[in-house]
Design a protein around this ligand. Structure first.
Ligand code: FAD
Length: 325
């Protein structure tokens, strides 16, 4: 019984965990079951109120010095033990780097299935099973997967798929703290030091304005005019997988099914054809401008404003106009 969200804490709670709490609240209400947020780490219990105010009924902190940094061995051991003991019916995890490593190990240990990278979750009104929908066959169809026999039903969900729930300061809940039995041998690896990569610019999932380039940009140097436009607009630059694979922009800036799902106020697609896998990552942008030589490119049909022409001429003119006004 119960819906669990394994909430990721890295210096602070990760946004995807809160998005999952919001969705899990709906699922728990439909099942009339309790929603539990489980947080692993060391000295993390300051976030209990935050989790409860956003929808959790119960918060379990699993705290141990050896859980301060994520390790597959340590996290899998303590979580599989607790899930085996308490037997929740649903376990949801964010499809972050950590979630993608942890979820399959956990599912294997629990001898259950896992639906990775879900974009939609709902309860079947007849069977009360969780229906987990995810893109399949390179995004050409959506598959809805059910786990009718094994428990828990497990899914990972990518950041940005569900909205952040609103806080209700008057919500009440319960908090529990567990100190697991863990030793160095359980970890498989020892994390000695965590070094942060300096972020060169704004995270594309947070940016309000995104200027995105595809193969049509033609070269790494060609991206200079996109950076200038983004700077003039106070936005950031992203790219299609085509541009990432060509080495013109970093992988962390890729928009789409295997990149990031973003919902900026303005998305300017320059020299991007609009393959289904790309559109999966940006179609919820509030306003889409597409600049493409080909009026028949698929991106043009989803754009609010389709500009037919050579981006190398249009983009610098646009930047000039914006700077002048
Ligand atoms: P192209 O498709 O080559 O399009 C280039 C466009 O630029 C064309 O429309 C052309 O008309 C236009 N153009 C050329 N020159 C100019 C010019 N001078 N001015 C204006 N326009 C010009 N793709 C993603 O983007 N994100 C993903 O996450 C992703 N995941 C994938 C996952 C899988 C499993 C698979 C199979 C594919 C995935 N892809 C993804 C790849 C996707 O299918 C496309 O191949 C890719 O998006 C194409 O990139 P593009 O639009 O930059 O290039």
């Amino acid at each position: 019984m119960g819906v669990w969200v394994i909430s990721e804490y890295r210096e602070t709670l990760q946004r995807v965990s809160m998005e999952l709490i919001g969705k899990a609240r709906e699922l728990s209400d439909e099942l009339n079951e309790e929603l539990t947020a489980v947080v692993l780490g060391w000295k993390i219990s300051d976030c209990a109120d935050f989790l409860i105010q956003h929808g959790a009924d119960h918060v379990i902190f699993i705290e141990h010095e050896l859980l301060q940094h994520y390790t597959a061995g340590g996290y899998t051991k303590v979580l599989s033990k607790l899930i085996n003991e308490r037997k929740p019916s649903i376990v949801l995890i964010g499809a972050t780097h950590i979630g993608r490593d942890l979820a399959p190990r956990l599912a294997a240990r629990l001898k259950t299935g896992l639906t990775a990278d879900c974009t939609h979750l709902e309860i079947d009104p007849n069977t009360k099973n969780l229906l987990m929908t995810r893109p399949a066959f390179s995004g050409n169809l959506m598959a809805t997967i059910e786990c009718p026999v094994h428990r828990p039903q497990m899914a990972t969900v990518r950041p940005g798929v569900f909205p952040m729930p609103c806080a209700n300061p008057s919500r009440k809940g319960t908090v529990e703290s567990i100190e697991p039995d863990l030793s160095d041998e359980d970890l498989l690896v020892i994390v000695e030091k965590v070094m942060k990569i300096e972020k060169s610019s704004i995270d594309i999932s947070e940016a309000k304005i995104v200027v995105s380039g595809g193969r049509g940009v033609g070269s790494k140097k060609g991206f200079d005019i996109l950076h200038e436009l983004a700077e003039a607009l106070g936005g950031t630059v992203a790219g299609s997988r085509g541009a990432v694979e060509a080495g013109w922009i970093e992988k962390e800036k890729q928009v789409g099914q295997t990149g990031k799902i973003i919902k900026p106020k303005l998305y300017i697609a320059c020299g991007i054809s609009g393959a289904i896998q790309h559109i999966a990552g940006m179609h919820e942008s509030e306003y889409i401008i597409a600049i493409n030589k080909d009026p028949e490119a698929p991106i043009m049909s989803i754009a609010d404003l389709a500009v037919v022409g050579d981006l190398h001429k249009i983009v610098p003119q646009l930047t000039k106009l914006i700077r002048e006004h």
